[in-house]
Design a protein around this ligand. Structure first.
Ligand code: TXA
Ligand code: MG
Length: 353
C-alpha cells in the first residue's frame, strides 16, 4: 500500500477507495477497472446528470445489500435501477404500458425515473420488497459507459450517507463514503444538482412521487394527465415513494424558510437574521443576488444555479458551523417545485408572512 492509498483507507471496513478522474471522452478507458468491479459485485460511485450514484449490480442480492450497509439506509427503501439502453427495461419490468415508451422516447437519457411492474429477475432486495421497480437511463456519458461496460443493470441511490444532503461532486462522495466503496469516479460537478423526477406508472393515473427537473407540465405535454404525490384527483395524499417518508437532505444547521410576498419576506428575513445574531448564533441567508454583506451565501442568480448549488451549500455551511440558514421561498412552479420540495424536507421551520 502506498502513502496515498493509506491515506484513503480511513474506515475499518478494509476497503481501499480508489478514485478515477475523468476529464473527457478520451479518458473513458480508465473506468474499465470500475466496470469490472461492478460486474464482480463491488460498489462503485459514479456521476450522473442529477447527483452522484452509489452503484452495485442490481441483480446481485449480496451486492445490493452492501449498498444499504455503506449508506446506512433502511432496507425497505428501494433503489432506482440505471440502464444503458431502453431495451434493458424490458428485462427488468413487465406489462410495460405504452405511455412508458412515449416517456422514454421523449425524456431518456435524462432525469426521469419510471416505476413499473418488476420482472422475476429483479431481486426483492433491490426493490425493498416491492413488486414494482424504478428504472432510469442517466444522461451522462460516464455513467452510460460504466453501465454498458459492466454489462449489468446498476442499482444506485444517491451517493451520500443516509439523511445527509445528496452528493453533487466526487468530493462529497469521498467525505461520506471513503473506505466504504471500491471506486469513486470523479466526473466533475453534477449538472442539475437535484435527484430525478420519480413517476409511478403502476397507478391508475401516472403519479409524480418525487418532483425533479422534468416537471408535471413537461409530463402533461406527453401524457395529457398526471397527478402529483401531494394531490390525487385533487385530494391530498400521503407520500408513496418510501424514500419520501424519511428525514432527508438535512444539514446540521436549522433551515428556516420564509414564505410570502417578496417585500414582506425580505423584511422578515432581515428581522430574523438580526434576532439570531443578537442571540449569539451564526446566521447565513441564501441569496440570489451577489451584493450584500458576509451574512449572505450566494446561490447563483437563476433557479438552475440555485438547484445546482443547493446541496453543496448545505454541506459548506455545515463545515462553517452555521447555526441558522434563512431562505426566502421560491415560487413552486417548474424547477421551483423540486427546489422547494428538497428545501422543505431539510427545513426546521416554514414561516408564512
Ligand atoms: O437522480 C436520481 O434519481 C439519483 C441518481 C443517482 O440517479 N438517485 C436517487 O436515488 O436519488 P435515491 O435512492 O436516493 O432515491 C430514489 C427514490 C426514493 O425516494 C425511493 O423510495 C423511490 O425513488 N423509489 C425507488 N423505487 C421505487 C418503487 N419501486 N416504488 C416507489 N418509489 C420508489
Ligand atoms: Mg437519496
Amino acid at each position: 500500500m502506498n502513502k496515498k492509498e493509506k491515506k484513503q483507507k480511513k474506515e475499518s471496513s478494509g476497503i481501499i477507495t480508489r478514485i478515477i478522474k475523468i476529464k473527457g471522452k478520451s479518458d473513458l478507458g480508465k473506468i474499465l477497472p470500475a466496470a469490472d468491479a461492478l460486474k464482480k459485485g463491488k460498489l462503485v460511485s459514479f456521476p450522473t446528470e442529477t447527483v452522484y450514484g452509489l452503484g452495485a449490480d442490481a441483480l446481485n442480492r449480496e451486492a445490493v445489500k452492501n449498498i444499504f450497509i455503506a449508506k446506512g439506509r433502511p432496507s425497505d427503501n428501494p433503489f432506482i435501477i440505471h440502464v444503458g439502453s431502453k431495451k434493458d427495461v424490458y428485462v427488468l419490468a413487465k406489462n410495460i404500458p405504452e405511455i412508458a415508451e412515449k416517456l422514454m422516447d421523449r425524456f431518456w437519457p435524462g432525469p426521469l425515473t419510471l416505476v413499473l411492474n418488476k420482472s422475476e429477475i429483479v431481486p426483492f432486495e433491490t426493490t425493498g420488497g416491492r413488486k414494482t421497480v424504478a428504472v432510469r437511463m442517466p444522461d451522462n456519458y460516464i455513467a452510460l459507459e460504466l453501465i454498458r461496460k459492466a454489462g449489468v443493470p446498476v442499482a444506485a441511490p444517491s451517493a451520500n450517507t443516509s439523511s445527509r444532503p445528496s452528493a453533487t461532486s466526487a468530493k462529497h462522495v469521498i467525505d461520506d463514503l471513503n473506505g466504504k466503496v471500491d471506486f469513486v469516479i470523479d466526473g466533475g460537478d453534477s449538472d442539475i444538482g437535484l435527484e430525478s423526477t420519480v413517476l409511478d406508472l403502476t397507478s391508475k393515473v401516472p403519479l409524480i412521487l418525487r418532483p425533479g427537473k422534468i416537471t408535471s407540465e413537461d409530463i402533461k405535454k406527453v401524457l395529457g394527465k398526471v397527478d402529483t404525490y401531494k394531490k390525487v384527483d385533487g385530494k391530498s395524499v400521503e407520500a408513496k415513494a418510501p424514500g419520501m417518508k424519511y428525514k432527508h437532505y438535512s444539514p446540521d444547521a436549522k433551515i428556516i424558510i420564509v414564505e410570502g410576498p417578496a417585500e414582506e419576506v425580505e423584511k422578515k428575513v432581515s428581522e430574523l437574521s438580526m434576532m439570531y445574531f443578537r442571540n449569539g448564533k451564526k446566521v447565513k441567508i441564501l441569496s440570489t443576488s451577489e451584493k450584500g454583506g458576509k451574512e449572505y451565501y450566494f446561490m447563483g442568480s437563476s433557479e438552475r444555479d440555485f438547484a445546482k448549488n443547493m446541496f453543496n451549500a448545505f454541506r459548506e455551511l455545515d463545515k462553517e458551523k452555521v447555526d441558522i440558514i434563512l431562505a426566502g421561498s421560491i415560487s413552486e412552479e417548474g424547477l421551483g417545485t423540486a427546489i422547494m420540495n428538497r428545501m422543505k424536507k431539510a427545513a426546521y421551520k416554514v414561516i408564512k408572512v
